[in-house]
Design a protein around this ligand. Structure first.
Ligand SMILES: [Fe+2]
Length: 235
């Protein structure tokens, strides 16, 4: 089973997909590449969004793509999650459960791209893990230049890692990511699809060749396990 664990495919909810027309195009690209299950992970920014409004907006967005497709579904299952930006109080945020992939305790957490990661941010992630959440670090490949040691600290604490397909194309980042993959630290692969250019899915389409069949299957099995209880929307 091919699972794309990180994608911005829901219409008009973030900058990944303008409307349901574009959403349909994105889903068609996924289907053409044999993706059977996609996790929709629209951005959630704790300093901007209110969880209840965000959840309502996500529900409306799902309704919009369902309405567009009507009975002409494409044959892809979609789990509804979020890409949650970490902050130092994220572990105490009310309704954090509502930002997990629906039906699971999996939380796709995006660490900040700049600034220092304070001790409190690391502690917040640890608290989430201790409270029973499956914390999955989004696109660890992005943090290698500046935060590699911190990523290793979070993984040692029990966080899991998601890798973006794009990072497996260029030689330098591929080498690094393969070390995490070969070490068994990666539980999910994603396209992080924004927009509907076919070329933006090239890297994901070539993943099995890039990481090797055995690694690919192992990671997909791990993703499937994490999503075993997920509520799926059939599109
Ligand atoms: Fe993303």
């Amino acid at each position: 089973m091919i699972i794309d664990f990180h994608s911005h495919i829901l219409p008009a909810i973030d900058h990944g997909c303008a409307d349901s027309h574009e959403s349909e195009k994105q889903l068609r690209i996924m289907c053409a590449n044999k993706v059977e299950l996609a996790v929709a992970t629209p951005h959630f920014y704790p300093h901007i969004h209110r969880t209840s409004d965000y959840v309502n907006d996500v529900d409306e967005s799902v309704k919009a793509i369902r309405a567009r497709l009507g009975d002409n579904t494409l044959g892809i299952s979609v789990a509804i999650g979020a890409e949650v930006l970490a902050c130092e109080t994220i572990d105490r945020m009310p309704d954090i459960d509502k930002l997990c992939i629906r039906g699971t305790k999996c939380l796709l957490l995006e660490m900040p791209a700049c600034g220092e990661w304070e001790r409190l941010q690391i502690e917040a992630v640890k608290n989430l893990i201790d409270n029973g959440y499956n914390v999955i670090l989004a696109h660890i490949d992005r943090y290698m230049k500046r935060y590699e040691d911190k990523i290793d600290t979070l993984i040692a604490m029990g966080a899991m890692a998601q890798v973006n397909a794009e990072s497996l194309v260029t030689h330098a980042s591929r080498k690094k990511m393969m070390a995490y993959i070969d070490g068994g630290y990666v539980c999910a692969l994603g396209s992080d699809l924004h927009g509907s250019e076919k070329s933006s899915y090239k890297a994901f389409a070539r993943l099995e060749r890039r990481v090797g069949t055995e690694n690919f299957k192992r990671i997909m099995d791990r993703s499937k396990e994490l999503l075993a209880t997920a509520e799926l929307v059939e599109l």
